[in-house]
Design a protein around this ligand. Structure first.
Ligand code: UTP
Length: 288
């Protein structure tokens, strides 16, 4: 069985739900306190054993390329001022992993973006991580998916249980076998009464390279875009897929409330901030 060594992170979406800031700042670069969301996601990849990462970006997102590159000028200026700790911090970012970028000319959908990774991936299984789906975890979530891949030698979809009132927003997993987590299919945004389960597929995948021949033939789906989920759905008719119920907290930072929740939760985990922020939360809760 081939090892999962590579991850593809599409970050070329328009971020329409987070306008106007996304007019100039990629949503994947919005900071959760002092680190961009994408930085946390890349750390999760590295902690999961990923060695090479391809970011699918676009011409408006140069800042992403700059952030993960070396920054000689800043390092030089900081070291001139004797700020050794800060130099180390800045240097550590470009040393996280081998990070490559490729540009998606037009935001034609996640399926279109991931197809651009074909040459990078070659004939290996690979991870897909959405750049706006952030996970807080004890054990790196992508590692949890890789463990399932290694158990079954099959593609894997990361999922979390959601409440009935929100199934209409997600791709809901229809399980063939609830014991092993073998998937029958995915139902896109089902009505509450038609949802086959409460498991939503959320932003982490391990996929075998056979997906690329499907992506090459893919037709547009929801929103007139090439949807990665549609390609996986087709692949499920030929090859096994398993679900990994992800142990961790999920944040969709592509919407405002998800972003705010992540900011608060991460602050509550930080030794230098947790007391202040929790006092502040208690204080304003009393006033409301
Ligand atoms: P989303 O659907 O969450 O991103 O795609 P979006 O299209 O930017 O969202 P809204 O609805 O306009 O607010 C999931 C991931 O796929 C990337 C996004 O950047 C995000 O990280 N993506 C999406 C691409 O790289 N290219 C695309 O054409 C679409």
């Amino acid at each position: 069985m081939k090892k999962v060594r590579k991850a593809v992170i599409p970050v070329a979406g328009m971020g329409t739900r987070f306008l106007p800031v996304t007019k100039a700042v990629a949503k994947e670069m919005l900071p959760i306190i002092d680190k961009p969301t994408l930085h946390y996601i890349i750390e999760e990849a590295v902690q999961s054993g990923i060695e090479e990462i391809l970011l699918i970006t676009n011409s408006y997102k140069k800042v992403i390329e700059d952030y993960f590159d070396q920054s000689y000028e800043l390092e030089h200026r900081l070291s001139e001022k004797g700020k050794t700790k800060e130099v180390e911090l800045v240097q550590s970012i470009s040393k996280l992993a081998r990070i490559y970028t490729i540009r998606q000319g037009e935001p034609l959908g996640s399926g279109h973006a991931i197809l651009l990774a074909k040459n990078f991936v070659g004939d290996e299984p690979f991870a897909v991580m959405y750049g706006d789906d952030l996970m807080m975890y004890e054990k790196p979530v992508l590692r949890q998916l890789i463990d399932i891949y290694e158990k079954y030698d099959a593609s894997v979809i990361g999922a979390k249980k959601v409440t009935e009132d929100v199934v209409e927003r997600y791709g809901i997993i229809d399980l063939e076998d609830s014991k092993t987590g073998k998937i029958k299919t995915i139902v896109e945004k089902p009505k509450r009464e038609e949802a086959p389960s409460l498991y939503a597929g959320l932003g982490r995948y391990i996929v075998k390279p056979e997906i690329f021949s499907i992506l090459e033939q893919l037709k547009t789906g929801a929103g007139g875009e090439y949807q990665f989920t549609d390609a996986m759905k087709e692949m499920m008719t030929k090859e096994p897929f398993y679900m990994c119920e992800m142990d961790g907290t999920y944040y969709d930072i592509g919407n405002q409330f998800g972003y705010l929740k992540a900011t608060i939760d991460y602050a509550l985990k930080r030794d230098d901030l947790k007391e202040q922020i929790s006092e502040y939360i208690h204080e304003i809760a009393k006033e409301k």
